[in-house]
Each structure stands twice: as structure tokens, then as C-alpha cells.
Design a protein around this ligand. Structure first.
Ligand SMILES: [Zn+2]
Length: 219
């Protein structure tokens, strides 16, 4: 039994730790991370059962604690694209992005879907540029990638299918954050857990990972 472990359930990532406590305890941190503490000798099966029972509670609280603050794109009519502010112009003739302006055909009231679609395109293009670079550097190859608006994680990697999932929210962060997540998720192809071997891999391929990880406010 590992002292530190990770449980992934319904795209929620739970960081668990066995320590000297009496009961299983699940909590959501201020940054929206889900942490589980468990008594030292409790079995994996018991932990699994506990988490399953708490799943509805967890989903409900994660939703209120996180989704709200994720898309504050309309403040002052600006949105961040790779940490640069872009002005949003509504009712434009076509959807386009140029010179710090994002043009949307839709009106202000229905902006969300249109804006997300534009941002997704931008992040997809950038990922198509960056992923091959990191694949070559690490020698690890994803089978495909997908961009999804997620609330709990910056990225995921399905170890079996080698499919990487990138959080749409990364489009707002500096480009190095996308790089970091790509290297991180590629690393999961050969290292399932965040163990010493995994961090050796990170150090080797992305030596500055600690700083970037911190700036990202890891979900
Ligand atoms: Zn990871």
C-alpha cells in the first residue's frame, strides 16, 4: 500500500495520503484540489467505497467552488490569450482573431459558446505546434489529444490509449504552462504516478517545472 496515492474518478483527481488519523476524511482546498486522508492500514477497497459514497457531495461542492471563477472573460470586454489581453468585439462580420482583438459574430448575451469555440481553436493550433516538439524531446508519443473545458485538472493522460486531454483554460495562461502540461502528461505514458521516477523525468525534460507548476496554481 502506498502512503501517497491518486484516485481518478469521473474526471476528478483525488490526492490521497495514509497517515496517523482515525477516520477517512475528504476535503476540498481553497484552490479546488481534492485531498483525502486515510488511516495507515485502511485497505484500497475501503477507500474506494468511501470515495464512491462521497462522490455526489464532491461533485456538488467542486462545481460551486470552481466553475464560477473560471470564465471571467467578459470583465471590461477582454479575454486573456496566452496571458495577453484581447479585446472582444461582438456582432462582427465573422469570427476572427487579429492584432489583440477577438471578433465574434454573436451578440454579447450568447457569447459564451462562441468565445469558447474561438479559444479552443487557438489552443488547438498551439498544441499542434508544441506537442511534436515535446514528443521528440521526451521520446514519448501521444496517440492523439483533445481540448476540453475542465474544472478540476489542467490535463490528463489515458495511460492505456496514450490520449492526452488538455484543459481549455490553459489558453489564458502563458505558453510555458501549456508546455509544462504537455511534458507532464506525456510523462504519464511511462510513469503512472507522481513518484520519484516521474519527477526525475520532469527534471530532465523540463528543469524549470516547479516554477511553472506554481505559477499555474495547480488544480
Ligand atoms: Zn499528473
Amino acid at each position: 500500500m502506498d502512503k501517497k496515492f491518486e484516485i481518478n474518478i469521473d474526471s476528478i483527481c483525488i490526492e490521497g495520503e495514509r497517515k496517523k488519523v482515525k477516520n477517512l476524511h475528504l476535503r476540498i482546498t481553497a484552490t479546488g484540489k481534492v485531498k483525502l486522508s486515510a488511516p495507515l492500514y485502511v485497505s484500497d477497497a475501503e477507500i474506494g467505497k468511501f470515495v464512491t459514497e462521497k462522490l455526489d457531495w464532491l461533485k456538488k461542492h467542486l462545481k460551486t467552488s470552481r466553475t464560477e471563477e473560471f470564465w471571467k472573460f467578459d470583465q471590461g470586454g477582454y479575454v486573456l490569450i496566452f496571458a495577453e489581453p484581447y479585446k472582444i468585439v461582438y456582432n462582427a462580420q465573422k469570427n476572427a482573431v487579429s492584432n489583440g482583438i477577438i471578433f465574434l459574430k454573436t451578440s454579447y448575451d450568447v457569447r459564451e459558446t462562441a468565445l469558447k469555440a474561438q479559444l479552443k481553436k487557438i489552443l488547438k493550433k498551439k498544441t499542434e505546434e508544441r506537442l511534436p516538439f515535446w514528443e521528440e524531446k521526451t521520446g514519448l508519443y501521444a496517440s492523439s489529444f483533445v481540448i476540453r473545458d475542465m474544472t478540476t485538472r489542467w490535463g490528463t493522460c489515458n495511460v492505456k490509449t496514450r490520449r492526452i486531454c488538455i484543459n481549455l483554460q490553459l489558453v489564458k495562461k502563458r505558453e510555458e504552462c501549456l508546455d509544462y502540461i504537455l511534458v507532464h502528461e506525456l510523462g504519464h505514458i511511462i510513469n503512472r504516478f507522481h513518484d520519484k521516477r516521474f519527477y526525475n523525468y520532469m527534471n530532465y525534460n523540463f528543469p524549470d517545472y516547479k516554477r511553472v507548476k506554481k505559477s499555474l496554481g495547480e488544480p
